[in-house]
Ligand binder design. Sequence first.
Ligand code: FAD
Ligand code: DHB
Length: 395
Amino acid sequence: MPTEPHRTQVAIVGAGPAGLFLAHLLHRHGIESVIVETRSREEVEGTIRAGVLEQWTVDLMHDLGLGERMAREAHFHRGITLRFAGESHHLDFEALTGGKRVTVYPQHEVLKDLIAARLADGGTIHFGVRDVEMHDLGSDRPRVTYTDGDGEPGELRCDFVAGCDGSQGSARGHIEGRTEVQHLYPFGWLGILVEAPPSHHELIYARHERGFALLSTRSPEIQRLYLQCGPTDRAADYPDALIWSELHRRLETVDGWTLTEGRIFQKGVIGMRSFVCDRMQHGRLFLAGDAAHIVPPTGAKGLNLAVADAVYLSRGLECFYRTRSLEELGRYTETCLRRIWRAERFSWYMTNLLHTNPAEGPFEHRIRLADLDYVVHSPAAATALAENYVGLPLD
Ligand code: FAD
Ligand code: DHB
């Protein structure tokens, strides 16, 4: 039996950070939405990705009434440590930015909180759907069709479609006249999860001739570490002993600090690229998050940028439902791209600053070290890095 078409104001495709934040922001303005998501709830809540939240993302979670568990379980750091030439240099972001902090609260924990709250509010999220298709995007009555988890056809009739379906989604393909800009990096990250106590109270970003390393955390019992690897390397190429020996060498310092080892229970390789689609809207379709842009992970910007798009889109939609004017929505791409390109610049800068590029020679290596030396000794340079890392204010 075909299911009756469902009428909603905004159909959201994808239950990642962009789609879920958008649903909450719209709900706050009394705007209805329905989310369709191809993965199961368990998969969405179990995928390990980003770890760091910008200060305004944290503030937004509190504003939306979603910050209770984060306030209890997240790690709040004053700053980060940059490590190079065997020495550690602490950057005190809280002092440099007038009180903004680094919040380590993993993406899947954010998603668990957003999904639980959305369902508790009576919101609809269709998990485990397939064959998602968008129709009539040039009209003011677009539709999204899909097959639900029981194999039944479903249809959402709506005013707008939000394409929040990530970098592999199909929404971007509907944006006519778009131009895509891409930059590839000649390296990737091997990410591991380890059963061990924290080796340091804050994140350590290390530049070393053998490559970049990053020490992060997940909980008092579980730590997250990353190692620069080749762009086509596979996790299976890295036995545990090799990972530990590389981490020890790349993170070694002259001040007696030691890295605590533990059981590695997850390994995965993350690709690194910068990508921007220069149009984020077509007719009644609007893209948000990774569907429109990708940053390399070094600046921890990907998730935060997806949330910023959701904020701008919710503002445009709120304006439409209040005034029936499409003017603010008409500026959506332009508003988003300004922040996106600043985040692209920062992520590219942090990536080049900290990684060893096999295509570069000793000159570039020395220039990167001089840049790091400048950042840790000049309050002006340190402030520039700090304000980007904790998050530039939303326009
Ligand atoms: P996503 O989180 O990708 O969500 C899109 C959702 O849409 C997914 O749940 C997907 O299943 C769903 N979907 C796809 N196609 C369809 C369809 N046709 N119909 C319905 N649903 C669909 N960023 C950092 O800042 N630091 C990190 O360390 C970091 N690590 C990462 C590791 C990995 C392996 C990946 C892939 C990304 C990582 N990122 C990191 C980036 C960060 O996680 C993303 O920027 C963020 O998830 C973007 O959110 P999003 O909602 O736009 O997209
Ligand atoms: C983490 C990821 C990042 O990309 C980063 O810059 C810092 C921390 C993390 O997963 O904890």
